[in-house]
Design a protein around this ligand. Structure first.
Ligand SMILES: *Cc1c(COP(=O)(O)O)cnc(C)c1O
Length: 407
């Protein structure tokens, strides 16, 4: 019971204990799930616990939940409580980067001889990790167009241990049906992992749609201020597969053993970012739709990709699966020269990789984020621009693009 829900009710917790996260809307839970005022001092914001070790009351008897900070620290715990609450997870693990989160999933859940189905336009770091590192350990990749049920069925016939999904994808913003993919994967005995970085738990909750594992690069929208690199792994056991029941414990053991847990200040910054996730995502989505509509009417723009536009091929699926359409807009300029000239001209947008921060970013994908795909079948065209729409006034963003795309 949450005493905040009914002011006349007696406090449900002992004085000094952090109040339990109460029910309520997403925005409320994002602010309160990590705990209330700090018991000892009343500090409304959790202090930063830099201590690497925690005094015991007697040999082997810890005072609280902590003994050594690699295994756990209060700032990491608060962040994990918030993430688990917002994603509807059984458990959350906050780690040092998005790639540490991806590594945790592969290392904890795969064994030599296993295979993984990955979408064709999966995040470059994820496929590089599989090719450069896990191939040496006898793990194989099955690339597939997961959005196509026949292609997914063919990939599942090979008996993979894991299906990996990213939706919306990067940079083409394709949408994959998470519930249908979870059903197909489970029927084939495979677990489903979803990289939810682009959507965040505010817009999309894959565990509720049947996914077993969610990963985040919290560096992006969850942190939201371009000032901390981090990642998270979230798990939920749907009781359908033995591997699902083991996934949580395996990831727990692996992250503690490997020492990839989030450092106190990183966790603190990410937790601060999550408190404003709901309002930030509303504004990201609203401004992104305005910019996408404006771009579509521009004579120097050949094509606009944004799941919120009715002509996006999976607009209906996105509308059903997501609360909003996200802060990323991808477009093709009328030529490579126009794309490159715009990249040199933007002033409000920063010409930079990454995404999801308060400041808008302009990415010429072929020479920046997706350079490593050059010469492969996944190569991104030289006219493709990915915009991360920040929290500036959208009129200023449109004015900047107007000047950048002018003849
Ligand atoms: C950035 C990103 C990652 C990797 O995260 P890092 O925090 O940079 O390690 C993984 N997946 C997606 C979709 C990303 O955008």
């Amino acid at each position: 019971m949450d005493s905040r829900a009914d002011p006349s009710a007696a406090p449900a917790t002992e004085p000094g204990a952090a109040p339990a996260a109460g029910p309520g809307a997403f925005a409320t839970r994002a602010i309160h799930a990590g705990g209330g005022p700090e018991p000892a001092t009343g500090a409304v914001v959790q202090p930063l616990y830099l201590s690497t070790t925690y005094a015991m009351d007697s040999p082997g008897v810890t005072r609280g939940a902590y003994d050594y900070a690699r295994a756990g620290n209060p700032n990491r715990s608060a962040l994990e409580a918030t993430l688990a609450e917002l994603e509807g997870a059984d458990a959350a693990h906050a780690v040092s980067s998005g790639m540490a989160a991806v590594t945790a999933v592969f290392s904890a859940l795969l064994a030599p001889g296993d295979s993984v189905v990955v979408p064709r336009d999966v995040y470059g770091g994820t496929v590089r990790l599989l090719e450069d590192e896990y191939a040496r350990w006898g793990i194989t990749i099955i690339p597939a167009d997961i959005a196509d049920p026949a292609a997914l069925a063919a990939a599942l016939a090979a008996g993979p241990a894991l299906v990996w999904v990213e939706t919306p994808s990067n940079p083409s913003l394709e949408i994959i049906d998470i519930a249908a993919t979870a059903r197909a994967a489970h029927a084939a005995g495979a677990l489903l992992a979803v990289d939810n970085t682009f959507a965040t738990p505010y817009l999309q909750q894959p565990l509720g749609l049947g996914a077993d594992v969610v990963v985040h690069s919290t560096t992006k929208f969850c942190g939201g201020h371009s000032d901390v690199v981090g990642g998270a792994v979230l798990v939920k056991d749907h009781g359908e597969l033995p591997a699902g029941a083991q996934a949580g414990a395996r990831i727990d053991r692996w992250t503690a053993s490997a020492g990839v847990g989030s450092a106190p200040f990183d966790a603190w910054l990410t937790a601060r970012g999550l408190k404003t996730l709901a309002v930030r995502m509303e504004r990201h989505c609203d401004s992104a739709l305005r910019v996408a509509r404006w771009l579509r009417a521009h004579p120097q723009v050949a094509e606009v990709r944004y799941p919120g536009l009715p002509d996006h091929p999976q607009h209906e699926l996105a509308a059903a699966q997501m609360r909003g359409f996200g802060g990323i807009v991808t477009f093709r300029a009328a030529s490579e020269a126009i794309a490159l000239r715009a990249a040199e001209r933007v002033r409000v947008f920063a010409l930079a990789e990454s995404l999801g921060g308060v400041e808008s970013l302009f990415d010429h994908a072929a020479t920046m984020t997706h350079l490593c795909l050059r010469g492969t079948e996944l190569e991104v065209g030289p006219d493709v621009i990915r915009l991360s729409i920040g929290l500036e006034d959208p009129a200023d963003l449109i004015a900047d693009l107007t000047a950048a795309l002018a003849d």
